[in-house]
Design a protein around this ligand. Structure first.
Ligand SMILES: [Zn+2]
Length: 93
């Protein structure tokens, strides 16, 4: 299996629901920015931890997203969940 079937954030295999995460938010001029496929829950977490301005200004690579302590805690937590698990309590920042 190529690595492209893995979520770049949590490194689990991709499973529905999958979304394409814009590395620069479309609302901040990132409409044509590169996208990476990731779990819906992983993208929800990214948007719960960072504002769109923070995403545009600094957290615009997957490596940088993983520098944040809350994301690291999330990755640890979500790694024990089913691929398709989604937590509706995660709210966008
Ligand atoms: Zn993921």
């Amino acid at each position: 299996m190529p690595d492209t079937n893995k979520c770049p954030l949590c490194n689990r295999e991709l499973a529905e629901p999958i979304v394409r995460h814009h590395l620069i938010p479309p609302s901040k001029g990132g409409k044509d920015s590169p996208t990476v496929p990731m779990h819906k829950i992983c993208q929800a977490k990214v948007h719960a931890v960072f504002t769109e301005t923070e995403l545009k200004n600094y957290y615009n690579t997957v490596d940088r997203l993983k520098e944040h302590e809350d994301i690291l805690k999330f990755i640890k937590w979500v790694s024990k969940k089913e691929g398709g698990f989604f937590d509706t309590t995660i709210k966008k920042k």
